[in-house]
Design a binder for this molecule. Structure first.
Ligand SMILES: *Cc1c(COP(=O)(O)O)cnc(C)c1O
Length: 375
């Protein structure tokens, strides 16, 4: 069986976890957490990075930091994971869904301005497959209308737009270190703060609404409840699992990109023959091979291809039933303009096996079966 995903394992995980235990500090913000923070700050130039227990919780932190409240409107694509929307719905906001571009599956930047109203508070670009949204346009709109930009960069670790790391372009950026992402601590994530004006507030929100961080630095002589917050710190044991991957982030990234290119070259003749479409990477985007997907004619062909691959012991999957068509999406959101591509393109997309350590012979096997399918 060729699995869809295999979580990375670099070799030093057990040793580092043992170190964390020996440090007698397995709760949040221990030595390995600090290493991960430093790595993210050095890599992205963000003013501050904090590990969280998931990208979902990083998004929830961002919603709290942006002061999102009942009646606010938040603009995002409908083709995304539920957490992108839930984080803001939890604060009472209404979600305004905007159509995607068929080439990248990202929010269509040209359709954002018509969706802006007096109630709009934030734009949430989702960098699908680690390929950046058109951030210059989004940042200009945000400046013009005084909106927050909160990047859902769950899939965007080690990817960039015009040389700037995803997650560090908007006011806040959210990473995922879930098992299915490029870098994993089982369950985990991070929030990046571009500037330092929200750092203290972020420390408070992340530490259950207390000023414990000030206390630990000796800035106040007792710590107390000062604001809204929750428990967003992962255990240092989880950070110790993530650390070997960040130490070897380039190795993981190169390996994935190599696999991505191998797929692309192998399947190009099928694209030229009009049987399927391959992903598009705009020139200003440096992607991270989070995903390799193909697009077939329609949902019917996709269903048959998934079954065919499964019979040949290959796991291929699709995801994201557009949120505006879901029960909660209908209740908490509305689609701005016309759904020209969101539903149509999402029904054609199929994700092929992709993980660190995927072998070329496995890719060749997957592609050979796709060739068989198309005769
Ligand atoms: C995976 C993912 C999330 C959620 O990440 P968790 O770490 O599992 O909470 C959110 N948004 C997008 C686009 C994702 O791919």
């Amino acid at each position: 069986m060729i699995p869809f995903n295999r979580p990375p394992y670099m070799g030093n995980e057990i040793r580092y976890i043992q170190d964390a235990i020996n440090n007698k500090k397995i709760c949040g913000d221990g030595a390995f957490t600090q290493k991960c923070h430093q790595w993210m700050e050095d890599k992205t130039n963000a003013a501050k990075a904090f590990l969280t227990t998931s990208c979902t919780q990083a998004l929830e932190m961002a919603a709290l930091l942006a002061g999102i409240k009942a009646g606010d409107e938040i603009i995002m694509p409908s083709y995304t994971f539920v957490s992108t929307a839930n984080a803001f719905v939890l604060r009472g906001a209404k979600i305004i869904f905007v159509d995607i571009r068929p080439d990248t599956m990202n929010i269509d930047e040209a359709l954002i301005e018509p969706a802006i109203t007096k109630k709009t508070k934030a734009i949430v670009p989702v960098h699908y497959a680690g390929v950046s949204c058109e951030m210059d346009t989004i940042m200009e709109l945000a400046a013009q209308y005084d909106l927050f930009v909160i990047e859902d960069a769950a899939q965007g670790v080690m990817a960039a737009y015009k040389g700037q790391d995803l997650g560090s372009i908007g006011d806040f950026g959210c990473y995922s270190f879930h098992e299915t992402k490029n870098y994993s601590m089982g369950e985990g994530g991070a929030i990046l703060l571009r500037g330092d004006q929200y750092v203290e507030q972020a420390e408070i929100v992340r530490e259950k609404g207390t000023n414990r961080s000030n206390f630990l630095r000796g800035q106040v002589d007792k710590y107390t409840w000062v604001s809204q917050g929750s428990s967003y710190l992962p255990s240092d044991i989880n950070a110790a699992y993530l650390w070997p991957q960040l130490e070897q982030a380039d190795e993981i990234n190169c390996d994935r990109l190599k696999s991505w290119t191998h797929y692309h070259e192998a399947l190009k003749p099928l694209e030229d023959a009009g049987k399927l479409e391959l992903p598009v990477i705009p020139a200003e985007c440096e992607h991270n091979a989070h995903m390799f997907y193909i697009k077939v004619k329609d949902i019917d062909v996709r269903g048959r291809l998934i079954n065919f691959l499964k019979e040949n012991e290959i796991a291929a999957v699709f995801h994201y039933v557009p949120l505006h068509t879901s029960p909660a999406g209908k209740k908490f959101g509305a689609f701005s303009g016309e759904d020209q591509y969101t539903t149509k393109e999402s029904e054609r997309l199929l994700r092929l096996p992709m993980y660190y350590g995927l072998q070329n012979w496995e890719i060749d096997e997957v592609c050979a079966r796709i060739y068989d399918f198309f005769g």
